[in-house]
Write a protein that binds this ligand. Structure first.
Ligand code: ZN
Length: 382
């Protein structure tokens, strides 16, 4: 089966600067380059909800994420491949990273059965039975034409006892080896391994060692942002990234809020993804330099000022807080569209700010300023 991309160019990562543990770099794929640290908007079912692909690119995003679990159930990976692959199907020509489906299948507690071979589960769409194995996950991600493929893993919810974490991590490492074998050699495409081990430092070390022995194009830190809280996550990130190869991109999965992202970059993470900016946008929540703003709140009803007067996104350039409040309260589609755009724009500005600060050797000052402006809180009501 012929898939999208694949010009023969090798996948690569080069670091351009380092400040403390924070790194700035460039990921090279057959579909283009991605400046790191990078935030990847989530396009779960072949769309970043409420955004045209051109709008996603206009926010500064260079790569989006697609979800294997959702796409395999609907419309189906074979169908996407017949229609020319995911890039063509969703009209996004930049790089795409797909998850392995593992995390989402594991979340279907009660509806799934886990064995050494893989996971069988019932579709949340129509109740049909499906199986996901490392081999099938690699096949689906190949059919989609993904540029960055994730190894199939199991991710236990936290808190979990140590025995459960160890058993789960070791299963994920056996699956990582099977994923590597099934992925094969695909120039221009990358396969990332996923470190597990919960908050247990020695399990994280054992996992990293297993992954390094297999050898991947990039390495993800999995099993965080699953309910452990920011302090515990940062404590883990104080040592987890350094266990992974220095010369490969490090991807923290499913993170997060702006201050989570800043703390992760500070600790040596290069890539992140999260549904938060788009999901918040659809529920009337905005993220700005000054923190979170709830547009549902009546205080905005008469406010002629933009959400953030320094922001250059269409929501802030063209509309008042009063308008955003009104369209949200009226259930108008444009409310989610504008707030999603603003939130994605803010996230990309945040990443660009960190890249510039790292390159300029002033990340600590940048971080102090980031926290100081947030501490002021939202502008006072009119
Ligand atoms: Zn804005």
């Amino acid at each position: 089966m012929k898939c999208g991309g694949g010009t023969g160019m090798r996948f690569g990562f080069r670091q351009v600067a380092r400040d403390g543990r924070a790194r700035a770099g460039v990921i090279e794929t057959a579909r283009g380059e991605v400046a790191t640290p990078a935030f990847m908007p989530v396009g779960t079912a072949g769309t970043v909800k409420g955004m045209l692909p051109g709008s996603v690119a206009a926010t500064g995003a260079q790569i989006v994420l697609g979800n294997t679990y959702h796409l395999m159930l609907r419309p189906g990976a074979e169908r996407v491949a017949r229609l020319g692959g995911l890039h063509r199907f969703m009209n996004w020509q930049g790089p795409i990273l797909t998850d392995s489906g593992g995390f989402q299948v594991m979340s279907l507690a009660g509806l799934r059965k886990l064995t050494e071979r893989g996971v069988t589960f019932r579709s949340h769409v129509d109740g049909s039975r499906h199986e996901l194995t490392p081999e099938r996950s690699m096949e689906i991600q190949r059919l989609l034409g993904s540029d960055i493929v994730m190894a199939f893993d199991e991710c236990p919810a936290l808190p979990a006892d140590r025995a459960r974490l160890a058993e789960s991590m070791q299963l994920s490492m056996r699956w990582a080896a099977r994923s590597r074998a099934a992925f094969g050699d695909r120039p221009g495409h990358a396969l990332f391994g996923i470190q597990q081990g919960g908050l247990e430092r020695d399990l994280r070390e054992e996992s990293a060692e297993a992954l390094r022995a297999i050898g991947f194009d990039g390495y993800a830190i999995g099993g965080l942002a699953v309910g452990e809280g920011q302090a515990a996550m940062f404590a883990c990130l104080d040592h987890a990234p350094a266990m992974l190869p220095e010369d490969r991109p490090r991807y923290l999965m499913g993170v997060g809020k702006p201050d989570d992202i800043v703390g992760a970059v500070k600790r040596g993470v290069d890539m992140m993804d999260c549904v938060l900016p788009s999901r918040s946008g659809r529920t009337g929540q905005a993220w700005t330099r000054r923190g979170q703003v709830n547009l549902k709140n009546a205080r905005h009803a008469d406010d002629p000022r933009p959400l953030d007067e320094e922001c250059t996104c269409p929501a802030c350039r063209g509309y008042s807080r009063a308008y955003l409040h009104h369209v949200y309260r009226s259930g108008e589609m444009i409310a989610g569209m504008l707030l999603t755009w603003h939130n994605l724009h803010y996230y990309q500005e945040l990443m660009a700010g960190m890249r510039a600060a790292i390159t300029g050797g002033r990340f600590a000052e940048w971080e102090a300023d980031f926290h100081a402006v947030r501490a002021e809180g939202d502008i006072p009501p009119v």
